[in-house]
Design a protein around this ligand. Structure first.
Ligand code: SDX
Length: 457
């Protein structure tokens, strides 16, 4: 490309190195193409710009030798690569905006419910009352899992990590619904979607009860989604579990806040695995596995462990010096997309008070609040645009709900199931999508002769 990136930015008035095709925006008025010259050959090319992107395959025509493969784009960790077209979630990382099917997350948390948001994500519109009633009823009657699934889960070690149990159990569901791989049939897709939404809390609660050494509790179809989950988690000998409505509401909002987040690592895993036309249980199991990582869904667990290690406000300065020295990361801070405050963190911070009112205030809240304040006053963090993300405060709520930290990523997975499903459905219905198969830059040896073992040094 003849103009270097800075020249292009000056021409288009873009910031942060983003190349945006913006006819009329930022003063751009020329044709939606990029003129590039390959200085190796002197040849010039006109590459179309569409939706602020270049098609990577348009680079293939740029060659020195006609027989060569042609240019590829190289983008480790996909820092600047769009993998799909999606209408599900919009994020403006600079402005700290998150919208689902166009509705701001703040309004959905205030007015909606998790199952209604799940309907919105998956079906692309807010349901009528009749549609919502049918949707909730269908999910309610599918909350049980086959007894063999329970037997399978009871085979884990007594102290098995619940996230590891969830990865395996979600994948195991595919063996109970063998017709789920008929993914091109809309009717087949529909029932698997209902089953996944309905059974994820059941599997999660079973994993928790397993960890506690307590008998598994079956779903109670008289309870709403979040309240039923609390019942399966905490019901003991009482005949009827009655969830505190404030806790159930706070949990329902947490599920909404974790519902979807465009092409994050776990959703990317679901799409990549789903692109092979495997059943949705196997694709979602891949998402659960990706979410398990400490840089992704495991961050809420790591953030709370970090707050416990800091323990007091007095220890914050020394801790932050350790972070700046590169000894560790400030877990729950930073984001690939948000270069501003994660709107979800702001909402969670608000619901903390409701949960603390019922369960008592965590002494770690003062540590978290002061840690956030000190970090946001520190050039090291602000220069890197590191702000609290969804995981910074969520652990405090989960701890107040009585959850062990190992269950925190599991809570994230319950909420994200609706987003994984919506993204998987959009993938399956997208005529442009096919099996995901990236290329590589080969750096290894070539054409070696085999060395017999007795001749190896
Ligand atoms: C989620 O993608 C999504 O949408 C994810 C998610 C979702 O809903 O699906 O929002 C959920 O995963 C939220 C993120 C949870 N993870 C954490 O809180 C873990 C701590 N944060 C990070 O490790 C990090 O910020 C990431 C992984 C979230 C983002 O990493 P990037 O975009 O790859 O940034 P980077 O690692 O290249 O860091 C850029 C710089 C580096 O410093 P320099 O090398 O330039 O000197 O910022 C530093 C990093 O060292 N940095 C941090 C930091 N995060 C980045 N330094 C200290 N503490 C941190 N948390």
């Amino acid at each position: 490309m003849s103009p270097d990136r800075s020249t292009v930015e000056q021409q288009q008035g873009t910031s942060d190195g983003e190349l945006r095709q913006s006819a009329g925006e930022n003063g751009a008025s020329g044709p939606s193409t990029l003129s590039v010259t390959d200085n190796r050959t002197g040849k010039s090319y006109e590459l179309p710009i569409e939706d602020g992107t270049l098609r990577a395959t348009d680079l293939r025509q740029i060659k020195v030798d006609p027989d060569e493969f042609g240019l590829m784009s190289y983008d480790p960790a996909y820092m600047n690569t769009a993998s799909c077209r999606s209408a599900i979630t919009y994020i403006d990382g600079d402005a700290g905006i998150l919208q689902h099917r166009g509705y701001p997350i703040e309004q959905l948390c205030e007015h909606s419910s998790y199952l209604e948001v799940a309907y919105l994500l998956i079906n692309g519109k807010l349901p009528t009352q009749a549609e919502l009633t049918d949707w909730v009823d269908e999910i309610t009657i599918h909350t049980f899992v086959h007894e063999n699934v329970k037997d399978f889960m009871q085979g884990f070690r007594y102290d098995a990590n619940p996230m590891g149990m969830l990865v395996a159990s979600v994948g195991a569901l595919s063996t109970f619904y063998p017709d789920a791989n008929k993914i091109k049939e809309e009717r087949v897709r529909a029932i698997q979607i209902i089953r996944l939404l309905a059974k994820m809390p059941t599997l999660a609660a079973f994993a928790f009860r397993h960890n506690m050494g307590q008998p598994y509790v079956y779903p109670d179809n008289d309870l709403e989604y979040a309240g039923n989950f609390l019942g399966m988690m905490y019901k003991m000998t009482e005949l009827k579990y009655r969830p505190d409505p404030r806790l159930a509401r706070a949990l329902d909002v947490l599920f909404i806040l974790h519902a979807d987040h465009e092409q994050n690592a776990s959703t990317s895993a679901v799409r990549s695995v789903g692109s092979t036309q495997v059943d949705p249980y196997s694709a979602v199991a891949a998402g659960v596995a990706a979410l398990y990582g400490p840089l992704h869904g495991g961050a809420n667990e790591q953030a709370l462990r970090m707050l416990k290690r800091i323990e007091t406000v007095e220890n914050i300065p020394a801790f932050l010096e350790g972070v700046k020295a590169g000894n560790e990361r400030l877990m729950g801070f930073g984001h690939r997309v948000y270069k501003n405050y994660d709107p979800r963190a702001r909402i969670i911070r608000k619901y903390l008070d409701d949960v603390f009112e019922v369960r008592g205030k965590s002494p770690l809240l003062d540590v978290a609040t002061e840690l956030e304040k000190r970090a946001l006053d520190d050039e090291y963090f602000t220069s890197r645009k590191l702000y609290p993300n969804v995981d910074f405060y969520s652990g405090l709520i989960y701890e107040a709900l009585g959850l062990p930290v190992a269950m925190f990523p599991v809570m994230f997975a319950i909420g994200r199931t609706s987003g994984w499903i919506a993204q998987w459905k959009e993938l399956v219905e997208d005529p442009e999508q096919k099996i995901a198969r990236p290329r590589q830059i080969y750096t290894g040896d070539r054409d070696l002769d085999y060395v017999p073992i007795e001749q190896r040094g």
